[in-house]
Write a protein that binds this ligand. Structure first.
Ligand code: ASP
Ligand code: MG
Length: 419
């Protein structure tokens, strides 16, 4: 049994759906398949925007209408027969969403509403995919992942209740899979009182890994618009190379440092059961792709990871006192309260610096919380470079001509923050 994850780009238009069908058809002949699908194209961003507007009591109707039209046009291309039930289902989903937006109570937490609203992207895509595969002669079962991936109520970054999740997945899904492929949503989870949660942006990879883990899948595949796991983002670097095979360990670190290829939480559930992960191109499915598995990489090409829109903050103790562990405790508490993730940190005698993703609102709250205790300075608009398995030459080249504000090296990894 295999788990396939299809991201937003692999279902961004009608052509993409046809392409996806070909891939699934080829594999469904020999394997049981569970298909995890993300929201189509940039739908998640669009729904985030709709929510922003609705929450601030602004007019969200045009944005919602645009998202509706986008889905509707693809459906019209995929289902020429106007009486097909997919039209009715899509209509119902959109009217549910509209209803939700109209009945908003702004005293309810924004993050809770976020999950209820933004989750519609995956409900749209999975509904369309289910029907489309059906019409192509590939019967399949649509499964609501919110009933299987059980989580707590950490909205927007829900934590999985593994015991429950594994129990119900194991109870229900193997017998369904024995009959036909399953189509389900990435990114979504559910609480025990029936509310929707989400697992963090780009979390569909993680969803797929959860299903793979609980079903003891033979392997998991992520189908992407690149040829596999590359050593750098082709948007920033011209001569990238693809890893044929790479260890879980290397991949986790790359994802953690910000390589956008795979959601950082994806690897653990797979590695714990030694399930190999293949990253392959949906444009060139015959290509070798990358195999991520329990292997050792003796000599491996350096990986370049860039995180943009960074903010470097330094906390100095007032009156030249040392930044003590107790002070750091205070800083860490404030960060944890605001759910701010540190990308890099460094301390000196009288100051402590951190590099974080810039989020204006969080930054202002952090400053408010800590300004009475520390002298705070910060720079924004920075980039964080990480070079894993760096060599002298690659390092020199990457740092050339850049104004470096902070640098840190271990034996294998170099980080620097620059303008
Ligand atoms: N649709 C969600 C997002 O864009 C989840 C995903 O794509 O993995 O963040
Ligand atoms: Mg997406």
């Amino acid at each position: 049994m295999k788990v396939f994850k299809f991201g937003g780009a692999s279902v961004k238009d009608a052509q993409a759906f046809h392409n996806l069908y070909k891939i699934v058809k080829e594999h469904s002949a020999s394997d049981q398949l569970l298909l995890v699908v993300s929201a189509m194209g940039k739908t998640t961003n669009a729904l985030e925007q709709v929510l922003e507007l609705a929450y601030s009591k602004s007019d969200y109707r045009t944005d919602l209408q645009n998202s509706y039209t986008y889905h509707q046009e693809i459906v019209q291309e995929l289902f020429p027969q106007q009486s097909h039930p997919v039209y009715e289902e899509l209509e119902q989903l959109f009217s549910k969403l509209q209803h939700l937006l109209q009945s908003f109570l702004t005293d309810v937490s924004y993050d809770l509403l976020y999950d209820q609203v933004v989750s519609f992207g995956e409900l749209f895509s999975s509904t369309i995919l289910h029907h489309f595969l059906q019409t192509q002669g590939l019967p399949n079962t649509w499964v609501d992942s919110r009933k299987y991936i059980q989580t707590d109520t950490t909205w927007r970054e829900a934590r999985v209740d593994w015991v429950w999740t594994e129990r119900i997945i194991k109870r229900d899904l193997p017998s369904l899979l024995a009959q036909r492929p399953i189509v389900t949503q990435g990114f979504l989870g559910g609480t025990n009182n029936g509310l929707t949660t989400t697992l963090g942006r780009e979390g569909s990879d993680y969803s797929a890994a959860i299903f793979a883990h609980c079903l003891d899948a033979e392997s998991m595949y992520i189908w992407k618009d690149v040829d596999g796991l590359l050593n750098a983002d082709p948007k920033h670097f011209s001569d990238t190379i693809r890893y044929d095979q790479i260890s879980y360990q290397e991949t986790v670190e790359m994802a953690y440092y910000g390589a956008s290829v795979i959601h950082p939480k994806t690897i653990k559930p797979l590695a714990n059961k030694l399930i190999p992960l293949y990253v392959k191109s949906f444009i060139n499915p015959a290509g070798a792709g990358t195999k991520i598995c329990d292997c050792t990489n003796d000599k491996i090409a350096p990986a370049y990871i860039i995180k943009e829109n960074q903010c470097l903050i330094s906390f100095g103790a007032k009156d030249f006192a040392f930044v003590s562990e107790r002070n750091m405790g205070t800083i860490f508490n404030a960060l944890s309260e605001l759910r701010i993730k540190i990308n890099l940190m460094q301390n000196s005698a009288i100051s402590f610096s951190i590099c974080i993703d810039l989020h204006q609102e969080h930054l202002q709250k952090l400053i408010q919380t800590l300004q009475d205790l520390f002298v705070i300075h910060y720079n924004t608009g920075l980039r964080l470079y990480t070079i894993k398995n760096y060599e002298t030459l690659s390092t020199q080249k990457a740092m050339e001509g850049k104004e470096v504000l902070l640098e840190q090296r271990t034996r294998s990894t170099l980080h620097f923050v620059c303008k």
